[in-house]
Ligand binder design. Structure first.
Ligand code: ATP
Length: 450
């Protein structure tokens, strides 16, 4: 696997990502998706939707608003008591989470400790700054995880409102709407893709952890008691999806959360972790959120969140299994896994054809074939993202398409005039076949699923 700085360079140089607001010196940890990045992102979103909504007999989709009634975040536990305890090292100016410093340097579990207790423990045990070794910390400050803004046009007169830190709550507050209007029975999953915002303390590793990101989340509502079965079901479903689209099995592991790591709402969480160039890290979190969220919303909103089973007449608040995946994070994993170096051919993005930004590149060999080639391009472009490349020698053109992962190149060559055929070259095998122009669309029919 390439090193992280090589991956970042590759993405920047080939139009996958650009540093956000670059002409103004950028904005820390903000990235814009370029022409290739947006295609890859859309493709990932589509294959996720295909597997988690279209092909699942249980699931439906939703697109909730980013801005929600602030009471949602009080009920969910995000406002009040949900900020992180932060400390600055006065010597090197690095910032740390006080609870992590204690956890990493002792056998203690500081969950639930007051800030004063943590400060005292750090002093008494002379804990040192992991960066510079000094023992000179500021007092603990509470850190707001959520981005706050105001709704209303006159400053100071509007009401505080938050950018959502997860898409999940938009699903919970619509649970009853979806059950009622779809007339579905449980088990029922509601899937959503959308932006989330978190004031991360330590953003970084390129697009792995940013303050603005996209989540692909499923909240799967089921009968209490069946939750662990469904937990296992979704664990496997998620892993199968990653493997189907080409992530190397050896780079993926399940990691169960220890009891001390579990979120306040969780009866069990497993992460699918990926071996990124900077180390093995969380890719996909799969949590059993129990009935925590629906119950909390029922209490806070005074609206019943009970499900009435029409077959058994039972009433209950469902349990929820949540597979939550970062779109940007999995995009990074797909690039890390697919970008390989070949001694002769240089770098090749051997990405799954359904994910490739461009599916096909159409290339006329000589100028006088441009028009015919362009007609072929236009016909194929009705179905696929197709690149048209008329300049440069053929070797260089192949190289460029290998570099950006285009699975097939279609060349209109010297013989086309005589036999009405074009040459199709395969990115992975470099094998070439001749196909009649009239047969081209048929040829590609079984090459892509999307
Ligand atoms: P981490 O431990 O990496 O901070 P988390 O456990 O807080 O992640 P969840 O709240 O479970 O993350 O979010 C679900 C998924 O959303 C994660 O598995 C990850 O893929 C993605 N995600 C979370 N935070 C970010 C972020 N700041 N940037 C990009 N993706 C993120």
């Amino acid at each position: 696997m390439k090193k992280m700085d090589e991956i970042v360079n590759y993405c920047k140089e080939n139009g996958f990502m650009y540093p956000g607001s670059q002409i103004y010196g950028g904005l820390a940890n903000a990235w814009d998706y370029g022409p290739l990045g947006i295609e890859l992102k859309r493709n990932i979103q589509n294959i996720w939707w295909q597997k988690f909504v279209q092909e699942s007999p249980y699931n439906v989709g939703l697109d909730a608003a980013i801005l929600m009634n602030p009471q949602v975040w009080v009920a969910s536990g995000h406002v009040g008591g949900f900020s992180d305890p932060l400390m600055d090292c006065k010597e090197c100016k690095n910032r740390f989470r006080a609870d992590h410093l204690i956890e990493d340097n002792s056998n203690e579990n500081p969950a639930g400790w007051s800030n004063e207790k943590m400060e005292q423990y750090i002093k008494d045990n002379n804990l040192k700054c992991p960066n510079c070794g000094a023992s000179n910390f500021s007092e603990i400050k509470e850190f707001e995880l959520m981005f706050k803004t105001q709704q209303g046009v006159i400053s100071n007169e509007g009401s505080d409102i938050y950018l959502r830190p997860e898409t999940a709550q938009g699903i919970f507050v619509n649970f009853k709407n979806v059950v009622r209007t779809t007339r579905r029975k449980l088990p029922l999953g509601i899937a959503q893709v959308g932006k989330a915002f978190r004031n991360e303390i330590t953003p970084g590793n390129f697009i792995f952890r940013t303050r603005e990101f996209e989540q692909m989340e499923l909240e799967f509502f089921c009968k209490p008691g069946t939750d662990m079965e469904w937990f296992e079901y979704w664990k496997k479903y998620c892993m199968d999806w990653l493997l189907k689209y080409g992530l190397t099995a050896d780079n993926l592991v399940y990691r169960d959360h220890e009891a001390s790591e579990l979120s306040h709402y969780s009866a069990g969480t497993v992460d699918i972790e990926y071996q990124f160039p900077f180390g093995q890290s969380e890719l996909w979190g799969i949590a059993n959120r129990t009935d925590y969220d629906l119950k909390a919303h029922q209490v806070a909103s005074k609206e019943s969140m009970e499900y009435h089973d029409p077959l058994t007449n039972e009433k209950y608040i469902p349990y929820v299994i949540e597979p939550s995946l970062g779109l940007n994070r999995v995009l990074l994993a797909f690039i890390c896994d697919a970008l390989v170096h070949d001694e002769e051919r240089g770098d090749i993005l051997k990405i799954h054809p359904d994910l490739a930004p461009y599916k096909i590149c159409v290339m006329p060999l000589q100028k006088q074939q441009n028009e015919q080639a362009f007609t072929i391009y236009q016909a194929l472009a009705k179905k696929y993202m197709v690149e048209f490349e008329a300049s440069g020698n053929i070797g260089k053109r192949y190289k460029r398409q290998d570099l950006i992962g285009t699975p097939y190149c279609v060349t209109i060559d010297f013989d086309t005039e005589n036999d009405d055929c074009v040459t199709i070259r395969d990115r992975d095998t470099t094998e070439q076949v001749r196909v009649k122009i009239a047969e081209l669309e048929n040829y590609f029919l079984d090459k892509f699923n999307l």
